[in-house]
Design a protein around this ligand. Sequence first.
Ligand code: TXA
Ligand code: MG
Length: 408
Amino acid sequence: MIPSVVITSDILYQRYAELLHAIGDLRVYMQGQRVPLHGVDYHLEEGFRLSANIAYPEIDSSGSSFFFHTIEEVLAFIRAFPRPSVHIPKRIEEGAALLSQGKLVAFPTETVYGLGGDATNVEAVKRIFEAKERPTFDPLIVHIANLEQLKGVVLDWDERAQTLAEHFWPGPLTLVVKKDPAIDNLVTANSQTVAVRMPANPIARSLIALSGKPIAAPSANLFGQTSPTTAGHVHEQLAGRIDAIVDGGSCTVGIESTVLSLVSETPTILRPGKIGMKELLPFLPNLALAPQIGMADAPLESPGLLDNHYAPKTPLFLVDDLSQYAHRKDLGILLFENSTLSFEGEVIFISKTADAAEAARTLYWAMRTLDQKNLTALIAKRLPNEGIGLAINNRLEKAASKHGSVPS
Ligand code: TXA
Ligand code: MG
């Protein structure tokens, strides 16, 4: 096997030289150096980003970027796919073949990893619920790679739906519309509506297109727990329960798609996400946001809106003043910006600059990382309630412990 060729900047080269050279089957060059004849496999950029030139089967896309949280994740990815232009399409082909045989394949989307199965194969759909230990009252989102795949999935695709699809797809927006009778009631938890989305991640779209099936895919975690944003997260909870995991690095949005219902008279956001009120209002002037928290008496419009969700095992508490806890060695602290306080506990920055998009991308990884450190509790402060900050707060509220306060 020819070693992988990675090009990087002088600064990154110096920062990681030792680690990079510890991998025997890797050749690292600085920008401007002459590279071997067979060309370059990856460019390593700031922010643990790898870019590669990949022709994805069945879809239009040029180039590709993979994002990671640590240099170790970067190196593991290069080792898994030394020749990305060959090995990634091959992995997609294997995954697509499994999906079309009714097997379960976890794959990256721009939001979180999904656990995919053929939405038109009831046995496959049953196995999705079993693998996740998900109750059958919680319906699945059907993922498509192109608009032709709406056929046999939805009914009454109106002008509003078409306009939204043209504007926001592929992307992190799920539309709830009337379902085609061909979609089994198990997929939709007996509802006559179905949730559909066309993901932006090229691996996801290529996999779905190549399988030739609409793909039912909930987040690839055990029911009620934190959604996975890396292939490693999927492996931790679902290895042995599913047939394959396609690695695509870390998810770039990092929290689940906006779920928008077009069924009710008033279009309603059932689950907030990256695409929010501001983006949707120009298309839907009478848009509403469904009540989200503490709605024990209200009927659930979206069963996944259950209060207790996305939860780490270590109890999480939302606090107004983090400084009170600075001396506690036994706490994990999620920080949204640089702080003048010095915390004695385990700190993870979900952003250093109060960048909400970065915080969304890092949140679940940070929660899972802290969850493994045997801490008494995790603490976080709500973000400003605007844009994707509102969606992050929604996930924090649900992940948070519903009773008591930070144990002393
Ligand atoms: O970003 C995402 O949406 C990810 C990726 C994999 O695409 N998927 C995801 O799926 O988060 P899941 O199953 O974890 O969450 C789907 C949400 C649940 O809250 C579910 O109740 C709601 O969508 N949902 C699905 N079908 C629905 C329907 N027919 N009516 C109302 N809500 C529905
Ligand atoms: Mg989920």
